[in-house]
Design a protein around this ligand. Structure first.
Ligand code: S3P
Length: 434
């Protein structure tokens, strides 16, 4: 299969672009509604390979989906009526599917075998399997997929303690198991990971109390199906925010983007680099903060990205590293060792991408140091990582026009979270100057 795309450098980006549905909220709208008995309608659901993985697994447990356009009706017998799957629960490339559904599986009285693609098979799973086993689920002793989770040993006990990593996937898995436990659970978070699971379950009637860094889950409440309107994905919109912010003369409007404070690190980092970004028309949609984001391009300067900011911008670091590459001065990224266990080792693959385009970058165990300057067109590889393919496209647009186009290999990886990415790129670059 030919899976490369050539991207020419571009002048300023201009236009209005509707970002695809939020991936994290789409997974949760499907899973949380599957736990409840009855019917709910989801609009704006992200239609991408990762969300399809979640739907395929839920179907194996007996959940039905009726799709029309960007609306999906979820019809479920409820978690207590789930059936044993016919085969392996194949989560494809999706870390969110495999980790969240493992938490659900801990509350099911049969064995569930999980697997995924070559990238997912490399990613750490003990972070989820260990707490589930402490709660009384039987789990295989594998470190990575394939593995199994079996809740048939009897009732789960409550979880009490701090989770090992600031990860919404791990937290959500424990919350799903905690809903089926015999005692209440107290989950302490080491950092501010996204809270979409808690928000959605509370809206569905779960007895969950959220403090600054602690989540209390009291089991037993009946979940009610809940219609969900999925906002635009800030992590997808981020590619256009970054591309526009770093190109003087750009003006891009991104309507209806989710601006949950645990996801908006990218906006704050860009502002700390001197970017002009306004969020207008703030409102709440299905329990999530939403706004229109307006970005004007300018010359950016280097910054430091570390601490809790990493958790709040975790998926945007590769593209922010591209912005750093055309900024004045040096950018340091620290405390970001989690990037090494994403869809690719994103410290290594981002550094490789920047070097291939002429940037001076040094890699550390938990981050990188990027010296701002010019980007040159070159040949780069996404390594099958969707966010690397899109970060490469942002770099290609900003490359010195004299240096020519950039060839991006394994470009179809965008299908994981943003299938219309290449079309949207053309729409923004082809709009004539205002
Ligand atoms: C996600 C959580 C994050 C993020 C991923 C989606 C989620 O992963 O990187 O893309 O939807 O819960 P971690 O929880 O492993 O940090």
């Amino acid at each position: 299969m030919v899976d490369s795309i050539m991207v020419e450098p571009s002048g300023p980006l201009r236009g209005v672009l509707k970002a695809p549905g939020d991936k994290s909220i789409s997974h949760r709208a499907l899973i949380c509604n599957a736990l409840a008995r009855g019917e709910a309608q989801i609009s704006g659901l992200l239609d991408s390979a990762d969300c399809r993985s979640t739907m395929c697994c839920l179907r194996q447990w007996g959940v039905e989906f009726e799709e029309s356009g960007d609306r999906v009706v979820v019809r479920s017998p409820g978690q207590s009526q789930f059936q044993p799957p016919n085969g392996v629960l194949d989560c494809g490339n999706s870390g969110t599917s495999i980790r969240l559904l493992s938490g659900v599986a801990a509350g099911l009285p049969f064995r569930n075998q999980f697997d995924g693609d070559a990238s997912l098979r490399k990613r750490p799973m003990r972070r989820v399997l260990d707490p589930l086993s402490r709660m009384g689920a039987r789990v295989s002793d594998a470190d990575t997929a394939p593995f199994w989770v079996d809740g048939s040993a009897g009732a789960l006990s409550g979880f009490d303690g701090e989770i090992a990593v600031a990860s919404a996937q791990v937290k959500s898995a424990i919350v799903f198991a905690a809903l089926r436990a015999e005692q209440p659970s107290r989950i302490v978070e080491p950092g501010p990971s996204r809270d979409h699971t808690e928000r959605m379950l509370i809206a569905m009637g779960a007895d969950i109390e959220v403090g600054d860094a602690t989540i209390l889950v009291r089991p037993g409440a009946e979940l009610e199906p809940q219609d969900v309107e999925v906002p635009g994905d800030v992590s997808a919109a981020a590619f256009w925010m970054i591309a526009a912010a770093m190109t003087p003369g750009s003006e891009v409007v991104l309507p209806n983007v989710g601006v949950n404070p645990r996801r908006t690190g990218v906006i704050e980092v860009l502002r700390s680099m001197g970017a002009t970004i306004d969020t207008t028309n703030p409102r709440a949609v299905s329990g999530e903060p939403v706004a229109d984001v307006v970005v004007h391009g300018s010359q950016l300067h280097g910054t430091m990205i570390n601490g809790d900011m990493i958790v709040r911008a975790i998926d945007e670091i590769p593209a922010l590293a591209v912005a750093a590459a055309v900024s004045q001065g040096v950018t340091e990224i620290r405390d970001a060792a989690e990037l090494r266990v994403k869809e690719s080792d994103r410290i290594a693959t981002t550094a490789e991408l920047l070097r291939a385009m002429g940037v001076t970058v040094s890699e550390q165990d938990d981050g990188m140091r990027i010296v701002g300057g010019d980007l040159r067109g070159g040949t780069v590889d996404s390594h099958g990582d969707h966010r690397l393919a899109m970060a490469a496209a942002v770099a290609a647009l900003a490359a010195d026009p004299e240096s020519g186009p950039t060839m991006i290999q394994h470009a179809a990886a965008v299908d994981i979270s943003y299938p219309t990415f290449w079309r949207d790129l053309d729409a923004l670059r082809h709009v004539p100057a205002l």
